[in-house]
Write a protein that binds this ligand. Structure first.
Ligand code: BGC
Length: 758
């Protein structure tokens, strides 16, 4: 299934007709943001048709009480809701008394565009109102990449056929609810309002979590080059507006400039939110709108200079990767270690919480390779800042002595996912966090980070694993019982191969880094040990587990077995399933899914993805060919890992199919649910598919290595990597790879198995 109504273009997303059926999907696809705040592409003017209103502020959430059938000890108290924030974009418009509402008039032409190169969203339409007035409307909107709290709109209306009277009433509205909440609680409480000709602001506070936010606006209306003052300023409980009345002549245009956004009170309790917002609007309201646009374009230019990937020969692939890169940059800027990358980013409210294992397992490489080192460091710092909560979380579940279980889903470090099979059992997430640390350290050699933060995280994670393994007398090995692996279509299983593998790896890696830190920073090392009450005796058990971990393996098939008992299943490949059964998560009972062989997403194969150096290509091929035919890829995270692995064993056509599936998932709406929001974290998988898949980039013994094989259609590919503060440019033309190294000192890399110096 799919829904394809957007034009294909290298830099733009274009919708060129108005179809009410697509409004909600486009609201997701054309979303804009800057890492601090973001919003769906809702119309500014009234719209009485079906719409999904959404505007979000990074890190602002509501703890919606957990609603479950039967309470189990250890359940988190709440489910964190990404909160729909007050609306700052609204503009109510009446033309000769008729409300401008695209649902109720005749749309003669319509076009919206997201210019990804510039970070600017525009909409144009030509419409005939029921009163016969023909208008042309042109809107430009952006959320500033540079100024976290600044959004801007230019709204132009031209009357085409007669002189008319226009009421234009920009407003901010804090009477906002979420589409979805467990108990119909009110999420926001308004604390104070201020409204003058020049500035309007509402300070609202979230109930329970007490986030204080000022939603503001400042407006300037121009007609015939002259500034028009509002004829009234209006105030109701939740809403503030400026009302402008203008008689316009046929053929002439009025132009409203509206600035708005949010200022969130964070660490500075003395911050006067109204004053801050006023200062901001004063700085920007008198700057020409084109100048504001230039600032925005310049900021995006800087982003694209490093993160762009150029593909020639295949426009669809080109558009898709830029769309993915664009949204990843809109979702996370890396400036604030308390923010993270939610699966829906700022494009919808599904998925409580903002941080999943998606961040470390899927998103981390994109930010690490295309950004300044401070960005991946902040992603790691995020977990360090939440380490105490992770220890608390593990303690609640019965672990001790500083063992940490990081949450499956979180906003502030507390677990907020409320299904036992995920919360208690999907513990492999701890492994992905340790893996990201390893990924970062081998790429940057930032041992200072390890000393300051990383080693404590690693030890706490390893303490968890050492207690979570138990010894089986029957097997004479250490086992892990009662888990859910990455494949969530199996619960409460024993010895999930991937979980056992990454758990054991964590113990070995932590041991290795303890030794390094001890050598590099002996004095600090003693302090750390004191702080966390660790001594070398703990290593004894770790070592025993490392030497004696149980891994389910089939000698005949020569594959790792996903979990104990997996081979008892009925093995009917996915292609033999009736189409009406797909996706199985919408068509089968949960019971049937659990009993079936079908795999939601890479599970054993996730281990092969993380640790290519530990397996031979034959092993990979055997396991890939065994598991992929039973994989339904019903998590958006699945196709990308399969794309990378398919490349490693030379199945480029399969990899290309997976690449399109992951990179155009939202643009072509393969799951027919893009209206709920975009799949932000899986967008990082598109980047991985290209860079780690078709270009075969890996870090082998601290050295960057490439092994390229492009899809047939791609005549060339180029991209850049930020390597230790300098840029490595990679160009592949007709499968010949070339490098341009902009750093001052030489580096060694491996290019298609040959070691070269740049
Ligand atoms: C996947 C998880 C993922 C979550 C959020 C689920 O469908 O199975 O692996 O963490 O979505 O993206």
């Amino acid at each position: 299934m799919s829904r394809k109504y957007l034009d294909v273009d290298p830099w733009k997303i274009i919708e060129s007709t108005f179809d009410k059926k697509n409004v909600k999907s486009s609201e997701s696809i054309f979303s804009i943001g800057n890492g601090y705040m973001g919003q769906r592409a809702n119309f500014e003017e009234d719209y009485s048709g079906e719409t999904f209103q959404g505007s979000y502020i990074g890190g602002v959430y509501y703890p919606d009480k957990t609603k479950v059938g039967w309470w189990k000890n250890g359940y988190p108290e709440y489910f964190a809701k990404v909160l729909n924030a007050p609306n700052w974009i609204g503009i109510h418009i009446k033309i000769n008394k008729e409300t401008l509402d695209l649902n109720k008039l005749t749309v003669n032409s319509f076009q919206r565009e997201l210019d990804m190169k510039k970070g600017i969203y525009t909409r144009k339409f030509h419409a005939t109102l029921n009163n016969g007035i023909e208008i042309l409307v042109h809107i430009i909107r952006f959320i500033s990449l540079k100024e976290d709290s600044l959004g801007a709109i230019e709204y132009k209306i031209t009357s085409l056929n007669i002189d008319c009277n226009i009421l234009i009433e920009p407003y901010i509205d804090a009477g906002i609810v979420n589409q979805d909440s467990n108990w119909e609680d009110a999420f926001w409480k308004n604390k104070s309002l201020t409204n003058t000709d020049l500035f309007s602001g509402i300070i609202s506070e979230t109930n329970k979590t007490k986030f204080e936010v000022c939603t503001y606006m400042s407006n300037k209306l121009l007609y015939d080059e002259k500034i028009i003052n509002p004829s009234s300023i209006n105030k109701s409980d939740n809403k503030l507006s400026h009302l402008f009345k203008v008689n316009i002549e046929k053929g002439k245009t009025i132009k409203l400039i509206k600035l708005g956004g949010y200022i969130k009170k964070k660490t500075k309790p003395q911050l006067n939110l109204f004053e801050e917002a006023k200062k901001l609007t004063k700085r920007f309201i008198n700057i020409d709108f084109n100048e504001l646009l230039s600032l925005q374009i310049r900021s995006w230019k800087k982003i694209w200079e490093v993160s762009d990937i150029k593909i020639e020969g295949d426009l669809k692939s080109q558009q898709a990767i830029r769309f993915n890169i664009f949204h990843l940059n809109q979702t996370y800027s890396g400036k604030d270690p308390e923010l993270n990358i939610g699966p829906k980013g700022f494009t919808g409210e599904k998925y409580g919480g903002s941080t999943y294992w998606d961040t470390e397992a899927y998103c981390f490489p994109f930010y690490m390779f295309t950004k300044d080192q401070s960005v991946p460091r902040n992603l790691l710092k995020y977990r360090y800042l939440q380490l105490d909560k992770a220890i608390e979380n593990a303690t609640k579940l019965g672990f001790e002595k500083g063992a940490a279980l990081f949450p499956m889903v979180t906003m502030n470090g507390e677990e907020c996912h409320n299904e036992w099979e995920i919360t208690f059992e999907e513990i492999h997430r701890n492994g992905a966090i340790a893996f990201a640390i390893h990924n970062y350290v081998r790429f940057t050699n930032d041992f200072k980070y390890l000393k300051e933060m990383g080693i404590e995280v690693l030890i706490a994670i390893s303490r968890f694993w050492s207690q979570r393994f138990s010894f089986s007398n029957d097997k004479n090995k250490y086992v892990i019982l009662g888990v859910t692996g990455p494949n969530e279509y199996e619960n409460n299983i024993n010895n999930n191969w991937y979980t056992n593998y990454i758990a054991r790896w964590c113990l070995a890696y932590t041991k290795y880094q303890i030794k390094n830190i001890k050598n590099l920073y002996p004095e600090d090392f003693i302090k750390i040990l004191k702080k966390i009450n660790w001594n070398e005796n703990e290593l004894r058990l770790w070592e025993d587990i490392i030497q004696n971990t149980y891994f389910p393996y089939d000698d005949e098939k020569k594959i790792f077995i996903q979990q104990d008992g997996f081979l008892d299943k009925e093995f009917i490949p996915v292609i033999k399933l009736d189409k009406s059964a797909r996706p199985i998560n919408q068509n089968w009972s949960w019971d049937r899914i659990l009993r079936s062989v079908y795999i939601k997403q890479a599970d054993v194969l996730q281990g092969f993805y993380f640790f290519p150096e530990n397996f031979t290509n034959e092993e990979l091929e055997k396991n890939y060919k065994f598991y992929e035919p039973f994989t339904v890829h019903e998590s958006s995270l699945s196709p990308s890992v399969h794309a990378v692995l398919a490349c490693r064993i030379g199945l480029i056509d399969d990899a290309y199919k997976f690449y399109l599936q992951t990179s155009r998932l939202d643009l072509d709406d393969y799951n027919m649910e893009v209206e709920e929001g975009l799949h932000i974290t899986s967008m990082a998988g598109s980047w991985i598919s290209i860079i780690e898949g078709f270009c075969g980039m890996q870090i082998i013994n601290d050295t960057l290595s490439f092994k390229n094989k492009l899809p047939n259609k791609w005549t060339s590919l180029s991209f850049k990597i930020n390597f230790k503060g300098s840029i490595l440019e990679v160009n592949i033309i007709e499968n010949k790879i070339n490098f341009i190294w902009k750093g001052e000192s030489k580096i060694n890399i491996i290019s298609n198995d040959k070691r070269i110096t740049l």
